[in-house]
Design a protein. Structure first.
Length: 767
């Protein structure tokens, strides 16, 4: 473990790596919450996904938005099965409507199933109902309705004394029926499974004890008369910001900041230069970390919006400078101490998390990049956009503060009070914090209590993890379903070729699953009783189990790869070959779990560390069998398709690069079947219909017709493409009219597309 971690951070890291307890990591501004997030991602052995409530917060955290990851609808979520709305005009979802309209792709489902640690950053903005919606989806997809978040651990990071969740006036009545407050900690899911509360206490931004005390009192809603008088000393009603004084104006409203920056820039008589962001791939406008267009002049006051990544610490996020010189491709700034700095461009990445189809590990996939100079005009900025920044000198205007946390955020951006100017008296009524936050903050455990909890939770986690690793139920289910699917295969020759082999393996897996459950019960018994030398006994039993079960699973893996080799000689074998490949991946995942359970158990019992480095060694050292290249090709869907006589290979190179486009030569006819197959392959790799159409330069209806063929053949399930609530309605109208496509569309109305109708018709024709 990193020796530079504070005591609180070290404890939090151990809770994450050695327990399954949810953790709320908080801390005052400048205590290193973002640094801790990065540390955990780099060091935990758990499969991790990072999300945040907003697009910009997600980009800053290195993750994706909550809504995109879980495909949640916007509006209010009601944590009951059926809710009869008492008000109209609200966008409401209960559990039934959420699942009825939920369209999660197979890749999203796989990601949710594999997630061991979900990190939610900036939780001060996370609403309680949104957290309950996440919980509902995770329980449903993971098939563990009795466990919060389906058995995954959640790390919440943020400062509740900063910006609160946004709840519209018309939503408050509905939310008040189910939630004590809109904050995440009052979500239903956390009532019986609350997070352990850990607060980072070492402040890196400020070092003035009096200023730190004042900020603490402001944050805790205990501001006293001395504090108020001290703040009033910095009120300077006649203070005028000068174009060259290095002050930044902090305001609560965006229009004020824009007006100040625009006015000061206009006063400069130097030549204007405009720099445009380089945007590639998928990078939605609402996630832009900066304005796409940056207008600068020599003499303009600017602010860095990123830390120096060179290691030289030449600047930091929020560092003020002045533009020294500008050219078409170069920007040089000068700091207050006279030091000059050449500014290079910075890459912001839009990423999503995916499951590697070969290793079953969660990895980042790059979707798009936003490349720009990490600068913005800095005579003024909003309090909201100042979160995470550090200033030496600031004029603070919070007279119109509309949230208690705004005043705290504004003042805590400063290193010291010497750089503070108040443009107006602070409205102390706006400083009254939310009592629900103060009550929740009181649940913070003492270090001694945390240590005691950690010891018990570590054993609970070991018990849970060993039981999970020796639960072959999902593998058994996948193998059994494959056997059933094979019975329905069109080719009698293929049925007879694989039926007996798979039937025998299915029976063996049933026996193996029963045996593994008995073994897991033995391990839990050892942990529960903790008799003499129980640690040594448990360590030996887990190692013995690894040597007993692993060879059997490796034998199954080898057999599956051998069957894939046999399929090379068969025609029309692609779908069946893919199923063999995906089954082998699940077997490989079970082998990894068993190996990891032995290593993790040993580290917990001996008090040593088990982190990402140890986990990576395990995965890399697990010898994959022969033909791994063939396996990779099958499960990644790398297909060679001959179109117009030209061989094309599809692959998601660097995540956001476009697939090679088909070329049509004059006098040659397209091979229709191959084109349909290409659309199907892209859909199976996780692309949506519109994305496929854009990638292949086709219209959406063409892609829908391609996929309709695969629905008709049974390769795709209709529910993967059309919401369940629409399917029955479309079928009812089809049965009623038995007419043309146009007539059916007119009867259904605007909420239904021709493509959805064609897809339902495809399943009807297949019956």
């Amino acid at each position: 473990m990193n020796h530079e971690l504070s005591t609180a951070a070290y404890t939090a890291a151990r809770f994450i790596n050695q327990t399954k307890r949810h953790v709320f990591l908080t801390g005052k501004a400048g205590t290193g919450k973002t640094t801790f997030l990065k540390y955990i991602v780099e060091n935990t052995h758990k499969k991790t996904v990072i999300v945040a409530p907003t697009g910009i917060a997600a980009i800053n955290a290195g993750g994706s938005t909550i809504h995109s990851t879980f495909q949640l609808p916007f509006g209010t979520f009601v944590p009951v099965n059926v809710y009869h709305a008492k008000t109209s005009g609200l966008q409401l979802n209960d559990k039934n409507s959420l699942f009825r309209n939920h369209r999660l792709s197979s890749t999203k489902r796989e990601l949710i199933r594999e997630t061991e640690l979900l990190i939610i950053d900036e939780v001060s903005m996370l609403r309680a109902d949104l957290l309950d919606a996440i919980d509902a989806v995770m329980r449903h997809v993971r098939g563990k309705s009795h466990l919060s978040f389906g058995g995954a651990q959640v790390l919440f990071i943020g400062d509740l004394f900063q910006l609160p969740p946004v709840v519209k006036e018309e939503e408050k009545q509905v939310m008040s029926e189910f939630y004590k407050s809109p904050y995440f900690f009052d979500a239903q899911v956390l009532k019986n499974d609350p997070p352990v509360y850990i607060e980072l206490d070492k402040i890196y931004r400020q070092n003035n004890p009096r200023f730190i005390d004042l900020l603490n009192n402001l944050r805790n809603n205990t501001l006293n008369e001395d504090d108020a008088n001290l703040l009033n000393d910095y009120y300077q009603p006649g203070f005028k910001q000068n174009i060259n004084d290095n002050y930044i104006y902090l305001t609560t409203h965006n229009y004020k900041a824009q007006t100040i920056n625009s006015n000061f820039l206009g006063l400069l008589k130097t030549k204007s230069h405009r720099y445009e962001a380089e945007i590639s791939g998928e990078f939605p406008e609402n996630m832009y970390p900066l304005d796409k267009s940056l207008e600068l002049k020599e003499g303009a006051q600017v602010m860095f919006v990123k830390n120096d990544l060179s290691g030289k610490q030449a600047y930091f996020n929020g560092k003020i400078a002045r533009v020294k010189s500008l050219s078409e491709r170069a920007i040089t700034v000068e700091f207050e101490d006279g030091r000059e700095q050449s500014v290079g461009k910075y890459n912001w990445e839009n990423k999503r998390f995916v499951v590697n189809p070969q290793t079953n590990e969660i990895e980042e996939e790059l979707l798009g990049e936003f490349k720009h100079y990490p600068l913005k005009l800095a005579w003024a900025i909003t309090v909201h956009k100042s979160q995470g920044l550090t200033f030496t000198k600031a004029i603070v205007d919070v007279a119109d503060a509309f949230a208690p946390g705004q005043v705290y955020v504004a003042l805590s951006r400063l290193r010291d009070m010497n750089g503070l100017v108040l443009s107006s008296p602070i409205n102390f009524r706006s400083l009254r914090g939310d009592s629900s936050i103060s009550e929740f903050a009181q649940s913070s455990e003492k270090q001694s209590e945390l240590s005691e909890q950690l010891n018990q939770e570590t054993l609970n986690y070991l018990s849970y993890y060993l039981g999970w690793c020796y639960d072959f139920s999902y593998l058994k289910q996948v193998l059994h379903e494959f056997c059933i699917e094979l019975q329905d295969h069109k080719s009698k020759a293929l049925k007879s070729k694989f039926r007996e082999w798979l039937k025998a393996k299915d029976q063996n897996m049933g026996e193996l699953d029963a045996l593994s459950k008995k073994f897991a019960a033995q391990l839990n018994n050892i942990l529960a009783q903790q008799q003499n030398n129980w640690k040594e006994h448990l360590d030996k039993r887990v190692n013995d189990a690894q040597h007993y079960f692993s060879p059997m699973l490796k034998d199954l893996s080898s057999g599956l790869l051998a069957q894939m080799e046999g399929l090379k000689e068969e025609k029309r074998n692609k779908v069946l070959s893919e199923k063999f490949a995906k089954l082998e991946v699940q077997v490989f995942e079970q082998i990894k779990k068993i190996r990891k359970s032995a290593a993790l158990s040993h580290s917990v019992l001996s008090g040593s560390n088990f982190g990402k480095a140890e986990q990576t060694k395990l995965v890399n050292s697990e010898e994959r069998h022969k033909n791994s290249g063939e396996l990779k090709a099958k499960i990644e869907g790398e297909v060679k398709t001959k179109i117009d006589g030209e061989e094309l290979k599809s692959s998601r190179v660097q995540g956001f690069k476009s697939y090679k486009e088909e070329k049509k030569e004059k006098g040659k006819k397209k091979v229709k079947g191959d084109s349909q197959k290409f659309s199907y392959e892209l859909f199976r790799q996780g692309m949506g219909i519109e994305e496929i159409a854009k990638t292949r330069n086709l219209v959406v209806s063409t892609v829908e017709s391609h996929l309709a063929r695969h629905v008709s053949s049974g390769d795709l399930k209709l529910e993967e493409l059309v919401p369940e609530n629409k399917i029955q309605t479309i079928r009812d109208v089809i049965g009623e009219l038995n007419g043309s496509l146009k007539a059916i569309k007119e009867k259904l109305g605007e909420g239904y597309s021709y493509g959805e109708i064609r897809l339902v018709l495809a399943t009807n024709s297949a019956k």
